[in-house]
Design a protein around this ligand. Structure first.
Ligand code: MN
Length: 254
């Protein structure tokens, strides 16, 4: 797939900064996301500040049917994810965390807190993001615009990206997540974290701002797919909300 070229600057950059977002000082990037990315304690803009309470799902429990069944969605949201939110608040209160600041500053310094805070703070953040990363099934569900261009630049093509991301999720042993994220060098990367860790955490060996999250815990798919995690991941691409991924990438340009 050819890299989308909207103008000569993009064309120039795509030829000279292969495989990297590598945003240089010469580019007029004034995005809050980029500015905040230089501050270890907060990688993100306030636009994506995540509170400790669960937000409403952006669709009904059966809104992702044929890909994720309604019963799985209901149990996942109202039991598993609700528990992470509740327990994250409990731990935050016990450990003197300022809840008003949201999850992100906490996660960036999670090594200073308890395993309960790490597991449940991560669990709550990851699920709040995961729900928004999905929407009703769409035919030919592909990224467009800047996120498409960024993926092509970093991974060669959407198909190459999709395979690498899918394999990363499939190969996560036990429970965890697959991520597309921007690293400290402004480059798109794929990683996997165990349990409820994520790339925002200082304990993560692959750090950055997450753009796309995939839950590969068995509770995310077992009722419909049983042991076939690969089938769940293959189908999941039809419900990825690329508009949301694009929003998270914010004002990054390539
Ligand atoms: Mn989950």
């Amino acid at each position: 797939m050819a890299i989308q070229k909207k103008n000569t600057r993009r064309s120039f950059i795509s030829k000279t900064v292969k495989g990297s977002l590598a945003i240089g000082a010469s580019l007029s990037i004034a995005a809050p996301l980029l500015q905040s990315f230089t501050r270890k304690e907060n990688y993100i803009s306030s636009k994506f500040n995540t509170g400790f309470d669960q937000q409403a799902l952006p669709y009904t429990y059966d809104g992702l049917e044929n890909i994720i069944d309604a019963m799985t969605m209901e149990i996942h949201y109202s039991k598993h994810a609700a528990a992470y939110s509740k327990n994250a608040k409990e731990a935050a209160t016990a450990e003197g965390v300022n809840i008003a600041l949201g999850l992100e500053p906490l996660l960036c310094n999670i090594s200073k807190y308890s395993p309960k805070m790490r597991n449940n703070g991560g669990g709550h953040y990851n699920h709040e993001m995961f729900w928004k990363c999905m929407r009703a099934k769409q035919v030919n569900n592909l990224p467009t615009g800047d996120i498409q261009a960024a993926i092509n630049l970093a991974f060669g093509s959407f198909e190459d990206f999709k395979k690498k991301f899918s394999d990363t999720g499939k190969n996560r042993f036990g429970s965890g997540w697959a991520w597309l994220y921007i690293d400290g060098n402004k480059k798109l990367q794929i990683s996997s974290t165990p349990n409820q860790d994520n790339p925002l955490m200082d304990v993560s060996d692959k750090k950055g701002f997450p753009l796309l999250a995939l839950d590969v815990w068995e509770h995310a798919y077992y009722l419909k797919y049983q042991n076939k995690r690969a089938d769940y991941i293959q189908n999941w691409w039809d419900v990825v909300n690329w508009d949301y991924v694009q929003q998270r990438m914010g004002d990054f340009k390539i």
